[in-house]
Design a protein around this ligand. Structure first.
Ligand code: G4P
Length: 284
C-alpha cells in the first residue's frame, strides 16, 4: 500500500473532512490497537474538535487485551468513547449503535421533543491506511448495503452507506496521512501499513527483533526455540535463521528469507498478541 504524503493532498483532505464534519453527528475514528498512537492522524484531534467521537481500537485480536484496555481508559473523555473491536469478525461492532446513542443522547432527546422519533444518526469514518477502514465499512454494511441518494445538505456523489442498525456512514474523502517521526514510521512498517518503504526488509526485521526484546523476549525465545537470548539483535536474528533453516549454500545466513519470515509471523500474530505502544500515563 502506497501512502500519499504530498502536502497538497493533505491540505485538500483536511479541507474536505472539515466540510463533511458539518453533515454528520459523530466521527468514528479507527486505529490499530497494536499501535494506538502511531495509527492516529496527527491533525485529527484538531480537525474533529469536540464533535462526539467513537475511537475504534481495531485489530484488538492482535494486541494485548490489558494494554488495549489501558488505551481505552486513557482516551475516553466527555466527547469520546472507545471500543475494542475486530472488524473482520465483527466482534465489538454491535456496541457502536448504543455508544452513538449515548454520545448523542442530548441531541436525540431534543429531536424527540420536536417529534422526530426515528432520528438517523450520521457518522463519518476516518482513519489512516491499513487500520481496517474498508473491513469495517464492509462489515457494517453487510447484508444491508444501501446507498443513500442525494439530498439537501449532502454534496452530490458523496457515498453514504446505511448500516443494518440504521446508521448512515460517510467514508473519508482522500487519505489521512500518519505522522512522520521515525518511531511512528517504524511502527507502521512493522504492522505492514507502509510496506518496506522506509528501509530494507532485513533492517526492518532486525529493528523488530530489537523492539520485541524489550517486552516480548519470552515470545521470541519460545517461538524460535532459542537456547540463548543475546543483547545483540543481529545475533538473535542469526540464531532464528539457523533454527528455521534460512541458510544459503556455504552455510551463510539467508537474511532476506529470515527477515520476511519474522515480519510475516509478527503480522499474522503467530508471535501472539503484541502491543507495540502503551499509553503514556496510566492509573493502574
Ligand atoms: P484500510 O481500508 O484501512 O486500508 O484497511 P483494510 O480494511 O484493507 O484492512 C487492512 C488489513 O487489516 C487487511 O489485511 C484486513 O484483513 C486486516 N484487518 C482489518 N481489520 C482487522 C481486525 O480487526 N483484525 C485483524 N486480525 N485483521 C484486520 P490484509 O488483507 O492481509 O491486508 P492486505 O493484504 O490488503 O495488505
Amino acid at each position: 500500500k502506497k501512502i500519499n504524503w504530498f502536502p497538497g493532498h493533505m491540505v485538500k483532505t483536511r479541507r474536505e473532512i472539515t466540510a463533511n464534519l458539518k453533515l454528520v453527528d459523530a466521527v468514528i475514528e479507527i486505529r490499530d490497537a497494536r499501535i494506538v498512537a502511531s495509527s492516529q492522524n496527527p491533525e485529527i484531534d484538531k480537525i474533529v474538535g469536540d464533535k462526539p467521537r467513537i475511537i475504534l481500537l481495531n485489530k484488538a485480536d492482535m494486541a494485548e487485551d490489558q494494554v488495549t484496555r489501558r488505551w481505552k481508559k486513557s482516551l475516553e473523555n466527555e466527547n469520546t468513547l472507545v471500543l475494542e473491536v475486530n472488524a473482520l469478525t465483527g466482534k465489538g461492532l454491535n456496541a457502536i449503535k448504543p455508544t452513538l446513542n449515548e454520545l448523542l443522547k442530548d441531541k436525540i432527546a431534543r429531536n424527540k421533543e420536536r417529534g422526530i422519533v426515528n432520528y438517523t444518526i450520521r457518522a463519518m469514518v476516518v482513519g489512516i491506511p491499513n487500520v481496517g477502514k474498508s473491513s469495517f465499512i464492509n462489515r457494517m454494511a453487510k447484508n444491508a448495503i444501501a446507498k443513500v441518494g442525494n439530498r439537501p445538505g449532502v454534496t452530490k456523489n458523496k457515498q453514504w452507506i446505511k448500516t443494518k442498525e440504521g446508521i448512515e456512514l460517510l467514508d473519508t474523502p482522500g487519505i489521512l496521512w500518519p505522522k512522520f517521526e521515525e518511531e511512528t514510521s517504524l511502527n507502521l512498517a512493522f504492522t505492514g501499513a507502509i510496506k518496506d518503504e522506509i528501509m530494507d526488509t532485513e533492517t526492518l526485521a532486525l529493528r523488530l527483533i530489537e523492539r520485541l526484546s524489550h517486552h516480548y523476549k519470552e515470545r521470541l525465545i519460545e517461538r524460535y526455540a532459542l537456547e540463548e537470548f543475546s543483547e545483540d539483535p543481529l545475533e538473535n536474528m542469526d540464531n532464528i535463521a539457523r533454527k528455521r533453516g534460512c541458510i544459503i549454500k556455504g552455510g551463510e545466513i539467508d537474511y532476506m528469507r529470515v527477515a520476511v519470515m519474522i515480519l510475516d509471523e509478527f503480522r499474522s500474530a503467530k508471535l501472539g498478541k503484541i502491543s507495540l505502544e502503551w499509553p503514556e500515563v496510566s492509573d493502574d
